[in-house]
Ligand binder design. Structure first.
Ligand code: FA5
Length: 345
């Protein structure tokens, strides 16, 4: 029995040595000390056949072997558990002194920045800011603006017509913000001072300064004794406020059926300094701000007495103004949604 205990001790030491995980070690423990099949218990079953003297000696020897092995198992267990924790920490290692990752924040689109600035300037001059439908009736977009069906000026504002189930009025994707002129007069009467910023649509080929979807800002002021001088004064305040520099402008006659007289305010191209480029189509000037005195027929459609009141209206090309303000060379960049472009603003 002594030899058997010695052999068991040597073998168990080897097994403990070669255990590489806490699970291996548990298996070694069961192999030697398991209640039913444990090898030490199997050997100790032979005690009953020994003399009392030998029983005492072998009992003590078996206890020594057991406590020796238990100590080794305990040590090895601690070692293996420590190694497992080290491995886990290694895999989850974190350097808290490293700088954090900066989250990417969005910001206001340059179109909106300029729109809000303009709104603030106009509000300071006592104008209301209105919104209008982008899907507009043919009546408000054209007819109420003194532009009946088949009028030749409709050609320059071809658009997308939409079927109307009720069939009582054609619907169009509005070609300009001017449709809000009559809506505003009908709702608020005179005197009135409003601006209407918004998205408009045209069926046209795009190039550096034309898109099929762009932004305008309508302006309308109706009161007693309003003249072109009021219109020019407002335009000057606006351009200086928004472009933040002195710019050359020119006013020339322009035809729109809903104003009389009508003008075009052009701005000296800020992309090329008037030398000529693809944005101004090599003219040096960019058409920016058509305007004029509201036609009596339009005042009438708005329910306002043209013998008592007069007014001016304008349709600012907001997208082009943004291009001038920031020196953007292609209008299509503004609706591209390209972050490489947008993050510059
Ligand atoms: C109009 O839309 C008139 N409703 C403006 C108006 C209002 C005149 C009130 C008189 C009184 P026009 O089609 O020219 O006019 O367009 C106005 C401005 O929108 C242009 O000066 C230009 O700056 C801009 N614009 C016109 N077409 C495009 C386009 N395809 N892409 C980008 N901007 C455009």
């Amino acid at each position: 029995m002594k030899k058997e205990l010695e052999k068991l001790l040597q073998q168990a030491k080897k097994d403990i040595e070669s255990a590489t995980t806490p699970k291996d070690l548990e298996a070694v423990e069961v192999k030697y000390f398991g209640r039913k099949e444990g090898q030490l218990n199997l050997i100790l079953k032979g005690l009953k056949d020994l003399s009392a003297e030998e029983k005492k000696e072998m009992g003590a020897k078996a206890n020594d072997v057991k406590s020796h092995l238990q100590l080794l198992i305990e040590d090895k267990g601690q070692h293996l558990r420590g190694a497992a924790i080290d491995a886990k920490l290694e895999s989850e290692w974190l350097d808290v002194t490293l700088p954090g990752k900066k989250p990417v924040f969005g910001h206001t689109h340059p179109m909106s920045v300029v729109q809000y600035e303009l709104e603030d300037i106009f509000k300071s001059l006592g104008f209301m800011v209105l919104d209008g439908p982008q899907l507009e009736s043919d009546y408000y977009n054209f007819q109420a603006l003194n532009t009946p069906e088949h009028h030749p000026s409709r050609d320059s504002q071809d658009t997308f017509y939409v079927k109307n189930k009720a069939g009582n009025d054609k619907l169009v994707l509005r070609t300009h913000t001017s449709g809000m002129q009559v809506r505003a007069m009908q709702k608020y009467g005179a005197p009135i001072k409003v601006i209407v910023p918004g998205r408009v649509f045209r069926y046209e080929a795009s190039d550096a300064s034309h898109d099929n979807t762009f932004y305008q800002m309508e302006g309308l002021m109706v009161d007693k004794n309003i003249s072109i001088a009021n219109l020019i004064a407002i335009m000057k305040v606006l351009l200086k406020g928004i472009l933040k520099r002195d710019v050359k402008v020119r006013l020339r006659p322009g035809f729109f059926p809903f104003v009389e007289p009508g003008f075009e305010l052009d701005i000296n191209c800020l992309i090329c300094g008037g030398q000529g480029c693809s944005v101004c189509k090599h003219r040096g000037w960019l058409e920016l701000w058509p305007c004029g005195m509201v036609h009596p027929e339009v005042l009438k459609a708005g329910g306002i007495d043209a013998s008592e009141y007069s007014g001016f209206a304008f349709g600012l090309g907001l997208t082009r103004l943004v291009m001038m303000r920031y020196g953007i060379e292609d209008i299509r960049l503004l609706t591209s949604g390209d972050w490489r472009f947008l993050k510059q603003f």
